[in-house]
Write a protein that binds this ligand. Structure first.
Ligand code: HXC
Ligand code: NAP
Length: 280
């Protein structure tokens, strides 16, 4: 889909890059010539991913909890001591389904800490360094389709992702004239162990999710990684402040008043609705 040197000479940090979508992006960016850093809390997971992907190109594992500002600053310092990053992907997240009234304060703090504060910590750490050095940079954040409208049962995630989208649009304007682009992807469901074990943890939930989707399938990690590669590449240099939804049309299916008719009405029903020919 892309030239093999699309991301050559680009240095990338992917938060949560040891698993799932982050790992898929790491793989794709390496294939396209980038130098990739991945961070996450679990050192063994990061090391395993780095070992698996290292035949594709230079990849560095950096254990870091993005909730901890000091740890983030130390990680970014250690990256910058080699050379500045060019691309940041805010992908780390925490989420689970629960009835909101039953959530403890720590449950809110945990998810908001990872998704909203973690994204702020890493974005500010990179942004300040880019601005100071007049170095161009691009930030891609992984949101969710429910960010603009909210969603029942994932409220800490919904409020956090809404904040991430507001950050994306705000800084796109504030930092755009100084060479920093800010964009986001809002994916629909894409099977990863981390996500599906927490947001579709019961067998009856998967068919429900498929049924909501006009394409009747889930997205793939490859589709997500290709869109991400495009958005972080210089080829998309005029895209700034956008949230690109990638969900097979699921969001629009839910929004259209009559979109569900196709599931209920039969061919005979449609025939019966056609106007009767007038007798001449
Ligand atoms: C209610 C829960 C809970 C649950 C945890 N908590 N899970 N409450 N229901 N299912 C509560 C705990 O009881 C605790 O509160 C507090 O949350 C923190 O839990 P810990 O386990 O101590 O936190 P921590 O180890 O920091 O783990 C964070 C986590 C965990 C978010 C809870 O799930 C995690 O590590 N997630 C990382 C990966 C992830 O979530 N990936 C999915 C992303 S999918 P108390 O008061 O008891 O101490 C996504 C979008 C999907 O974002 C969209 C699909 C379409
Ligand atoms: P995942 O595999 O669970 O990825 C989450 C990653 O974040 C893990 O690698 C995890 O590693 C890391 N992480 C969690 N807390 C962290 C912290 N405090 N500091 C640093 N890293 C942390 O799930 P995924 O499906 O790939 O999700 C990736 C992104 O896509 C998330 O932003 C998610 O919201 C978004 N998304 C996913 C879907 C989907 O269907 N898969 C749909 C919409 C949006 P550690 O546990 O080792 O820290």
């Amino acid at each position: 889909m892309f030239r093999a040197d699309l991301l050559s000479n680009k240095r990338v940090l992917i938060t949560g890059g040891g698993t799932g979508l982050g790992k898929a992006m790491a793989q794709r960016f390496l294939e396209l010539g980038a130098t990739v850093h991945i961070c996450g809390r679990r050192e063994d997971v990061l090391e395993q991913t780095a070992a698996e992907l290292s035949p594709q190109g230079p990849i560095h594992a950096l254990p870091c909890d993005v909730r901890n500002l000091d740890a983030v600053e130390a990680m970014i310092d250690s990256i910058w001591s080699e050379a500045p990053l060019d691309i940041l992907v805010n992908n780390a997240a925490g989420n689970f389904i629960a009835r909101t009234e039953e959530l403890s304060p720590r449950a809110f703090e945990s998810v908001i800490g990872i998704v909203l504060l973690g994204t702020l910590h890493v974005t500010m750490a990179c942004g300040r360094r880019w601005l100071k050095a007049k170095h161009k940079g691009t930030v891609l954040s992984i949101s969710a389709t429910y960010a603009p409208v909210g969603s029942a049962y994932v409220v800490p995630s919904a409020v956090s992702k809404a904040g991430v989208e507001a950050l994306t649009r705000s800084l796109a304007v504030e930092w755009g004239n100084r060479g920093i682009r800010m964009n986001a992807i809002a994916p629909g469901p894409i099977p990863t162990r981390g996500a599906f074990s927490r947001v579709l943890p019961l067998p009856q939930l998967e068919p429900l999710a498929l049924d909501r989707n006009p394409l009747h399938r889930f997205g793939t990690t490859e589709e997500l990684a290709n869109l991400a590669a495009f958005l972080v590449s210089d080829g998309s240099g005029y895209i700034n402040g956008e949230v690109i939804r990638m969900d097979g049309g699921e969001f629009l299916q839910g929004a259209g008043e009559f979109s569900n008719l196709g599931r209920i009405l039969t061919d005979e029903d449609w025939e019966s609705l056609k106007p009767r020919k007038k007798k001449s």
